[in-house]
Structures are given as C-alpha cells and as structure tokens.
Design a protein around this ligand. Structure first.
Ligand SMILES: CC(=O)N[C@H]1[C@@H](OP(=O)(O)OP(=O)(O)OC[C@H]2O[C@@H](n3ccc(=O)[nH]c3=O)[C@H](O)[C@@H]2O)O[C@H](CO)[C@@H](O)[C@@H]1O
Length: 367
C-alpha cells in the first residue's frame, strides 16, 4: 500500500467508470457494495457533462475527475495528441492513486478506464476490468493485459479473453434499482394511471432522433397506452413539438434521475441495446423491443440484443427496417397478449444476475 491510513482488512479501491452512463452506473453499484462492506472507495469519472449530471445524485460517494480519452479509430496523426493525453492522464491518475493509498483498481470500460488500471498496476495494486457487453470493447481487451482478473457481464464475451483469469459476474445494478417502489406509488409520482399499460422508451446516450420520431408516431396510433419517453437532452424540444398535446398520457423526460420509478410503472421497454440498460431490465424482468444504435463500435449493440432475442426476452429490430406501423404492431402483440408479455418478462428475468455487485466485490476482496 502507498500512503494513507486504513483499518485492518479494509481495502482502498479505485473504480474507474467515466465516459458514459453505461460505465458509470455499474461503477456506482460496485462502489455502493464495497462501501457497505466497509471498504474505502474513490470513483474516477471523466470531465464530460454527462458524467457530472449522472453522478450528482450520489453525493455520499467520493468522485474525482480525469480527462476523457478516445482512441482514434485508425492509425493517423491523431494518435500523437491521443498518446500525449493518455500519458498526461496516466500521470494524474498515478498521483491520485498514490495520495489515496490504493490497494485495487477496477476499470468499468472504455479508454478512460485504461490509464488508472495501468497506473494501479505500476504501483503494485491488484487490477481488474469489467466488461458488460456480448462483444467486449477494444479498450477492455487491451486493458485486460494489465489485469489480475477479467470480469464479464455476459457469457457470450468469454471467447474474447483467453486464460483462467476470466469470471462471469453479471453487470452490477445500482442500489435504488434493487428496491424499486410499487407500481401505484411510481405512477402517482409520475402522474400516470397505474391501471394502464405503459411503454418506456430509452434512446441511450447517443442520438436517437429517428427512433424518437417513430415512437411519437406510434403513440398517436395507440391512444389507450401510456408512454414515458427519455429523449436525451439534445432532442427534447424537437420531440415535444412533434408530439403536441396528449392529455398527459405521454411523458417526455430529457434525462431521468429516477429510473427506479420509471421502471416500476413500465410493462415493456423500447430501447437501444446498451449493456447497462439491458442488465437493469433483466434484473427487473422487463420485456423489450431492442433497436440497436446503428453506429456503435463493431455493431456491438446488435450482439447484446441477440442474447436477449435468443432467450425470447426481446424482439430485435434494426432501425433501418423499422417504421411506425411495425412498432405499433410489435407493441400491440406484446401488450395485448397477456401470455406473451408474461413469457417475455420471465425470459428477461432469467437473464438477470441478482448478485452481480456482490460477485464483483467478492473477487476484489479475495485479492
Ligand atoms: C452508444 C454506445 O456505444 N453506448 C455504449 C455505452 O452505453 P450507454 O451509456 O450508451 O448506455 P447503457 O444502456 O449501457 O447505459 C445507460 C445507463 O444510463 C441510465 N440512464 C439512462 C437515461 C436516463 O435518462 N437516465 C439514466 O439513469 C440507464 O439506466 C443505464 O444505467 O456503454 C455500454 C457499456 O459498455 C455499451 O453497451 C453501449 O453500447
């Protein structure tokens, strides 16, 4: 251990989870479980606005920021500023880790997780990486070389990492989603009718303009169904204009900081297939229609969606093939056929890993 005072058996753990909600929220879940077990935790997030917004409700956790890093897709002159920024960030991480007195570092994904893991390795700490996708990211595959163990959200990812240091843990879900309110309580909070079928729409952290517009059109054709549509900050006003007045049955939210209430009143989700959202809906046993983000690296969101489609927990629809009529037909087939909804929800629940946070923390505690 470097610097700092600590109790016996207590570990000082850095959770590197910056860059996107898909890395940050599983990192929060790991930090919450570690803290509950008496360990000391610091979360490293990026300086991006999205991280500041997503982390602000977790005031009881200790956050520090480091620059976000994105590797250029091809070998070009852009590698020079990338390497310079990488080196500077690693130096900053080394200082943070030394001051903290680090024992272990876990990276939750992306190139922003890489410098803290490498810095940790050089300081003699135990190092881990967690990947939540069916097709692991390039950054994680590279970071794995510096790690004592590789932790995976989905079995399908195992083939990309050789050797015995791989463990399937599932993807941790934050505390507030482990204990969601009742449907009635949540409906009251969101000013919705608990007796009506409700669709949640999540566009994910990247643009979902087309998907947002398709949903608006579908909603107009389904006046008895309630919608909660998370539009993303950039698309909110445009969608609001397109939607017009629905008498309160179609709610628009730019960014949602109360996913627990939203999930509690939901019957079916229409969403991108980001791994963290998938881990949450399977934890809660929600049926879904998955529309992968078409520009995700190596089309990894399709691979995630295929896991859910194969298990009959979801319908998989590519955005280029989807129109509002199909969406109405899909939603009707799930919402109006009770047996289908029940079966899809059960298949989703079967994919959920209830104790993922515990499994990840057990590995860190074992050392
Ligand atoms: C475009 C892209 O490449 N996205 C990737 C990014 O996830 P990205 O951040 O896009 O999406 P994820 O679905 O993984 O995570 C979103 C998270 O944000 C939360 N949320 C969302 C909206 C909101 O208003 N409030 C809120 O709290 C969700 O509950 C979830 O926890 O990293 C994931 C994990 O490697 C990948 O699987 C995704 O493919």
């Amino acid at each position: 251990m470097v610097g700092g005072e600590k109790m016996e058996n207590q570990k000082k753990v850095i959770v590197a989870c910056g860059g996107t909600g898909g890395h940050l929220f599983p990192g929060v879940a790991v930090a919450q479980e570690l803290k509950q077990r008496g360990h000391e935790v610091k979360l490293l997030i990026s300086e991006k606005k999205v991280d500041a917004e997503a982390s602000k409700k977790y005031g009881d956790l200790d956050f520090a920021t480091v620059p976000a890093i994105a590797k250029p897709a091809t070998l070009s002159l852009k590698m020079i500023p990338f390497l310079w920024k990488f080196w500077k960030t690693k130096a900053k991480c080394t200082q943070i880790l030394k001051d903290f007195g680090v024992d272990a570092v876990i990276g939750m994904g992306g190139f922003t997780s890489m410098p803290p893991v490498i810095a940790g390795k050089k300081l003699g700490a135990k190092t881990y990486v967690h990947d939540s996708n069916a097709l692991p990211g390039k950054a994680n595959r590279m970071t794995a070389r510096w790690c004592d163990a590789v932790l995976l959200g989905l079995e399908a990812a195992k083939e990309y990492f050789g050797g015995s240091k791989v463990e399937i843990t599932g993807t941790p879900v934050r505390e507030e989603l482990q204990n969601i309110p009742s449907r009635e309580e949540a409906a009251k909070k969101l000013d919705l009718d608990p007796a009506k079928k409700t669709v949640l729409v999540m566009g994910g952290s990247q643009g979902a303009k087309n998907l947002n517009s398709l949903v608006v059109e579908a909603s107009k054709a389904m006046p008895d169904i309630q919608f909660i549509q998370i539009t993303g900050n950039l698309d909110h006003d445009r969608v609001k204009d397109e939607l017009g007045d629905t008498g309160g049955r179609h709610k628009l939210i730019a960014f949602c900081d109360d996913m627990a209430s939203v999930y509690a009143v939901t019957d079916v989700v229409v969403m991108r297939s980001g791994a963290s959202s998938l881990s949450e809906i399977s934890y809660l046993g929600l049926a879904s229609i998955l529309v992968p983000y078409p520009y995700a690296a190596d089309d990894h969101q399709t691979k995630n969606a295929e896991v859910f489609e194969k298990a009959e927990a979801a319908l998989l629809r590519q955005e280029r093939e989807l129109d509002a009529g199909m969406l109405v037909a899909d939603l009707s087939s799930i919402l109006l056929e009770t047996e289908k909804l029940v079966n899809m929800s059960a298949a989703s629940a079967a994919l959920g890993v209830k104790d993922a946070a515990k499994r990840v923390c057990n590995v860190i505690e074992k050392g």
